[in-house]
Design a protein around this ligand. Structure first.
Ligand code: NAD
Length: 479
């Protein structure tokens, strides 16, 4: 049984959750302790107690621990990747890549701990000096989703610790294994008791305690729009600092002058890899008239070659959907698409078993054509391997369709025109823009986040993370 980490001790929970492999639902990954509200409050108390000394620790102490954690994650990438693929269902190469990303994030923020600087500014008053410095926010509550079980916790924990904050992490109920592995690594890396606490448990119970407790100075959340809105209300009510990363309905524009192979490779990756369960996945392919039919035929051809199967089997392109509930949601949207008049040209069937006969939550990637911007399948986040093609007359209409959404996380364009690529980068309403690349798949050392309904608050990752995990102090001195 894997326990929670509270004040440097491994603690059993009030309940136990069973972590099930979506590629083979007979396979139990492990049993994980579920904390209750009282244990969540104990974790907050431990973090509050430990934060002051940690905030005054030297950058070298913080560097050493974060660097050691990053090195261990990288050294164990194959083993931790296997755990991640087993509990979440993304393919083994994707899972190993995600683990490597987490390791690199810890290494990057180890360096950032050494680079925390400030400004010395001339005062407008004679004889007065002004210094602008950054200090930790205090205790931060981190609430994470199931689709990146190690990278998202890593990109919140590493900057939080690098800048001197204490952490209480509540990972997603479906994938506690990868979060537990980070807790174990940080604990053994020598982090003082209470600086990092892991409380696995229900969002409505453990998560809610983090939102309501005044000792938690800031909340960083990644997850769905509905939960994000609830979190925003709770944080604003008690004036806690807040950062939200939520859903997407990311467009990918394909222009007549695109290289067809590049466009199809980028679209298939964007739409279907990681079973479409990436917030940066592209579920709206906006294709201009001159290439539309060729593009659809090539996509359908490419989809026939994609192997759906056990996430850990060599040669699998698309693993299972994460669980029964998400599969039911994907199938419901496929039915909605059909009822709205969209044409299902490929895929969309659930498979009860994989090639080895193991039961799992499998779905063949689905492609709709003849869709319009107003259809629900083009407005609501499905979060599965379900993609629509929207026909556009020309570039101008394609750009307008790309921006016709409540979301604004990532956007892509496939084109050989420098003019259109340049215009698109400037005018698409998204936090991240990709030219001739999938809408998903980002570097670990630069800002990540969106605008409109996708994100709220300062950006995550890269040096920009300091905006959220520190607070600024301005000091005046009369010499
Ligand atoms: P979710 O909103 O259901 O859950 C996210 C987390 O919030 C979980 O840990 C959950 O337990 C917790 N939670 C639920 N209710 C809570 C409450 N009342 N108080 C506090 N915490 C609570 O999301 P999910 O299903 O785990 O993840 C899928 C969603 O995440 C998708 O919508 C996807 O787009 C989004 N996502 C966004 C990004 C991004 O960076 N923009 C990245 C990955 C996933």
């Amino acid at each position: 049984m894997f326990k929670n980490l509270i004040n440097g001790e491994w603690v059993a929970g009030a309940r136990v959750s069973r972590n099930i492999n979506p590629s083979d639902t007979r396979d139990l990954v492990g049993e994980y302790a579920q904390a209750d509200a009282e244990q969540a409050r104990a974790a907050i108390a431990a973090a509050t107690q430990a934060q002051h000394a940690w905030g005054l620790s030297t950058p070298q102490q913080r560097f050493d621990i974060l660097d050691a954690a990053g090195a261990e994650i990288l050294a164990r990438r194959n083993e931790l990747g296997d755990l991640l693929a087993r509990e979440e269902g993304k393919t083994l190469p994707e899972a190993i890549g995600e683990v490597a990303r987490a390791g690199n994030i810890f290494k990057f923020f180890a360096g950032e701990a050494l680079r925390v600087g400030g400004q010395v500014v001339p005062s407008v008053r004679a004889g007065v000096g002004v210094e602008v410095t950054r200090e930790p926010v205090g205790v931060v509550g981190l609430i994470t989703p199931w689709n990146f079980p190690i990278a998202i916790p890593a990109w919140k924990i590493a900057p939080a610790l690098a800048y001197g904050n204490a952490v209480v992490l509540k990972p997603a109920d479906l994938v506690p294994g990868s979060a537990w592995a980070i807790a174990d690594i940080l604990h053994r890396a020598g982090l003082p008791a209470g600086v990092f606490n892991l409380v696995m448990g229900r969002g409505s119970e453990v998560g809610q305690v983090l939102l309501d407790d005044k000792r938690v100075n800031a909340i960083s959340f990644t997850g769905s729009v509905a939960t994000g809105q609830r979190i925003a209300q709770a944080c604003v009510a008690r004036m806690a600092k807040l950062q939200l990363e939520m859903g997407g309905k990311n467009p990918m524009v394909v222009l007549d002058d695109a290289d067809l192979d590049v466009a199809v490779a980028a679209a298939a990756n964007s739409g279907f890899f990681s079973t479409g369960q990436r917030c940066t996945a592209s579920s709206r392919l906006i294709v201009t008239e001159g290439i539309h039919d060729r593009f659809v035929a090539a996509m359908a051809g490419k989809m026939k070659t994609l192997v759906v199967g056990d996430a850990r089997t060599k040669g699998t392109d698309i693993g299972p959907v994460v669980d029964e509930k998400q599969l039911a949601q994907d199938l419901e949207y496929i039915a909605i698409g059909k009822s709205e008049g969209a044409k299902l040209v490929a895929g969309g069937e659930a498979l009860e078993k994989n090639a080895d006969g193991a039961p799992g939550w499998y779905l063949r990637p689905a492609l709709f054509t003849e869709t319009t911007a107003q259809m629900r399948i083009n407005r609501e986040e499905i979060f599965g391997p379900v993609v629509s093609v929207i026909r556009a007359k020309n570039y101008e209409e394609a750009l307008a369709l790309a921006n016709d959404t409540e979301f604004g996380l990532s956007a892509g364009i496939a084109t050989t025109s420098l003019k259109h690529a340049t215009h698109f980068k400037r005018h698409v309403q998204a936090g991240m823009v990709m030219v001739n690349l999938p809408t998903a798949g980002v570097d670990y050392h630069v800002p990540f986040g969106g605008r409109k309904g996708s994100s709220y608050g300062p950006r995550e990752q890269g040096s920009h993370a300091a905006e959220f995990y520190t607070t600024v102090k301005t000091a005046y001195t009369q010499a």
